[in-house]
Design a protein. Structure first.
Length: 390
């Protein structure tokens, strides 16, 4: 009789333990994921660190971390599992640990992305089981990580820029005297500046002498406008490859403008990835932070828009001085865009349009209002560029 009671009691205790095991197993189990750098260019390697800590006396025989990853992600030396659910395809990565009591394990993975965009790792599943393997458990852990992948840059010589362009090999005419009301950042001391221009806080922070840099109020500046074709009903685009190429050309222009010290800004009528915002304007600037801001925006651009680009152009011509050149990069033209350019010209703005030869052939009227840069290839990976127009 006693043996029977012991057996019953043992099974009762095991059953109770199995019911409570999930809470016991996940108690004081901490999981973290981070990136040493969350910004990169396509195929540039990043280091992703996964850390799991068991802060209790109870060891865990196995713990599996399951992460759903984007198709564009590559994890070097790791196997990626492909799962299908109806029409959807999921790419998953698994990492398995064995945890002793009060043990912390850190795993490093080398990752890269093949395509421009904003990528989010929002959460992941952590799986384990009891010691007897009777039942498996899983729980979602929130650990948001954002990665911005910038557009790739073309070689500058591949763009065949005109020497008359603001990005060509010409010096920029500017006023002799800087405007002290427009602070533009700091730069290293060259021993030619007066002492009053030394920025003492920046000097103490960087450990080398820094001087204040002011903008020239009559400097030529440029705002690049990336036009995502407007469609109030559809999000999917047929000319995705061509638009992506224009975004890459925009990034190359911006990088070149920053290196040449030309004040630049960026605008687009697109939706922003993960933000629900339609349209954005970054005012002109010339420092390295401006370069980061514009590249961040280029990474977030979605190939969808619910407002026409003409609205963005009208806003620019209303908010900024007409010393600003508006450089439009687009895959299509229509009468509304031509009218917006005409309105801007009437206010004294200069325009430059970059597009593909096959998209502009029926709109020769544009040559009367803007310098036109024609890209040969039209989304076929050929960045060669010819300059036409005024």
């Amino acid at each position: 009789m006693v043996k029977i009671l012991v057996i019953i009691l043992t099974f009762a205790m095991i059953n109770y333990a199995l019911k409570k095991w999930e809470a016991i197993a996940y108690y004081q189990l901490k999981v973290k994921r981070r990136l040493e750098n969350n910004k990169a260019f396509p195929n540039e390697q990043l280091e992703m660190i996964t850390e799991i800590t068991n802060k209790k006396i109870l060891p865990l025989t196995w713990v599996e971390i399951e992460t759903t990853i984007p198709e564009e992600l590559t994890i070097r030396g790791e196997h990626i599992t492909i799962e299908k659910e109806g029409a959807a395809t999921f790419y998953k990565h698994f990492t398995i640990f064995s945890l002793l009591m009060y043990q912390r394990i850190k795993r490093k993975h080398t990752i890269s992305f093949s395509k421009r965009g904003k990528y989010m790792f929002t959460d992941f599943k952590v799986k384990t089981s009891d010691y007897f393997g009777f039942k498996n458990y899983e729980r979602d852990f929130k650990c948001p990580v954002e990665v911005l992948v910038y557009p790739k840059l073309y070689p500058v010589e591949g763009l065949l820029l005109d020497s008359k362009s603001y990005l060509g090999d010409t010096t920029i005419k500017r006023w002799i005297i800087e405007d002290p009301t427009y602070f533009n950042g700091t730069r290293p001391y060259t021993y030619r500046e007066p002492l009053k221009k030394i920025h003492w806080k920046a000097t103490s922070r960087t450990g080398e002498i820094q001087v204040k840099e002011q903008q020239y109020t009559s400097d030529l500046s440029v705002i690049f406008v990336v036009n995502i074709p407007f469609n109030k009903y559809l999000v999917c685009l047929e000319n995705e490859e061509a638009i992506e190429e224009l975004i890459e050309v925009t990034a190359t222009y911006i990088d070149l403008a920053q290196k040449k010290g030309i004040s630049f800004g960026l605008a687009t009528n697109s939706l922003m990835e993960g933000e629900g915002v339609n349209g954005a304007i970054i005012p002109p600037g010339v420092d390295i932070k401006q370069l980061n801001r514009t590249f961040d925006l280029l990474a977030k651009i979605k190939l969808a828009s619910f407002i026409p680009v003409e609205r963005i152009i009208d806003e620019i011509t209303s908010r900024y001085l007409n010393t600003c050149v508006i450089s439009i990069l687009t895959t299509e033209f229509n009468e509304e865009l031509l009218a917006a350019i005409s309105r801007g010209r009437s206010k004294g703005f200069s325009f430059e349009v970059t597009s593909y030869a096959e998209t502009i052939v029926d709109f020769n009227e544009i040559y009367k209002f803007a310098k036109v840069n024609l890209i040969e290839g039209g989304g076929k990976g050929d960045a060669k560029k010819s300059i036409q127009g005024t």
